[in-house]
Ligand binder design. Structure first.
Ligand SMILES: [Zn+2]
Length: 284
């Protein structure tokens, strides 16, 4: 096991904040050399950094996850996110955060994820929606497992007649005639919504101009679905921004007319942000 000293941890934490929790393959190579370890050992060594992005005002249980995308060779951090005064069912789990971070930033095939604690049943189900679920290694402090070892007799997309999967889903080519950014339109097209067809995505812009994006990622068991607002708030957290301190300029949620279902849950978690921002809400 690779242990990093506090000075190296700070160095890596700074890189992570500046890259919003995305380690490009060139940085992965640099760090494996610097720490004299292989990529899986690096994933586990980075867990201490990933957990620093956790915001857990309810549990004070700081979870980190580090996902590997086989196509790009990049690593993607994730951490849990809790919302005080909201239902526990609205939290973002670290595994969801890492996979969402990968997906929103262009990854296509997650084949390995390191976690600093055993994944809960909810997360095992969330990971089972991935196109790579059958080829996913889970690196835990207790050893290395396949998802099927941790989730036997599984229920998945095929049980609902869904032939698509998260990260291999079709990209919609629809025209979106709304006064929103091109980036937000593009994230809408990538939303994974096989069960409700509610193409939905969110944009959060800070007063300093930085913009973050989230997409709706549905799940065959429904409850582990990640809402677009939770997706974008998790992205904000991975830039090292505390929800109750970030200077947010505006938040926009877009949904598919006739299938919309995200407005109230988005407004609920937005109460954790500083100020009393209105939600800009569009349907198309
Ligand atoms: Zn979990």
């Amino acid at each position: 096991m690779v242990i990093i000293d506090s000075k190296t941890e700070e160095y890596i934490y700074d890189i992570a904040k500046q890259s919003n929790g995305v380690f490009a393959s060139s940085v992965v190579s640099e760090l494996t050399k610097k720490l004299n370890c292989d990529r899986e050992q690096l994933q586990q060594a980075l867990l201490v950094v990933a957990a620093k992005f956790s915001q857990a005002p309810i549990s004070s249980f700081f979870v980190g996850a580090v996902a590997f995308d086989k196509i790009t060779g990049n690593l993607y951090l994730g951490a849990n996110l809790e919302f005080k005064h909201q239902a526990l069912s609205l939290v973002v789990h670290a595994e969801q955060a890492a996979i969402n971070n990968a997906w929103v930033n262009g990854a296509h095939e997650i084949t390995s994820i390191a976690i600093n604690a055993a994944p809960c049943g909810f997360c095992r189900q969330f990971m089972n929606e991935l196109s790579s679920a059958g080829n996913l290694s889970i690196l835990l402090p207790t050893g290395k497992y396949t998802l099927s070892e941790l989730l036997p007799c599984d229920f998945g997309p095929g049980d609902l007649g869904n032939a698509s999967s998260l990260m291999a889903n079709d990209v919609s080519d629809i025209d979106i005639d709304l006064p929103i950014s091109e980036a937000l339109k593009q994230h809408l097209r990538y939303a994974y919504v096989p069960y409700t067809q509610n193409l939905s995505a969110a944009e959060l812009v800070l007063k300093d101009g930085r913009a973050f994006y989230g997409r709706y990622a549905e799940n065959a068991a429904y409850s582990p679905s990640l809402s677009p607002m939770n997706s974008v708030l998790s992205q904000l957290a991975l830039a090292g921004e505390a929800l109750n301190e970030a200077d947010v300029e505006r938040i926009t949620l877009v949904e598919k007319a006739g299938n919309e279902n995200q407005k109230s849950v988005a407004q609920a978690v937005m109460t954790s942000l500083k100020g009393n921002l209105p939600l800009i809400h569009h349907v198309f």
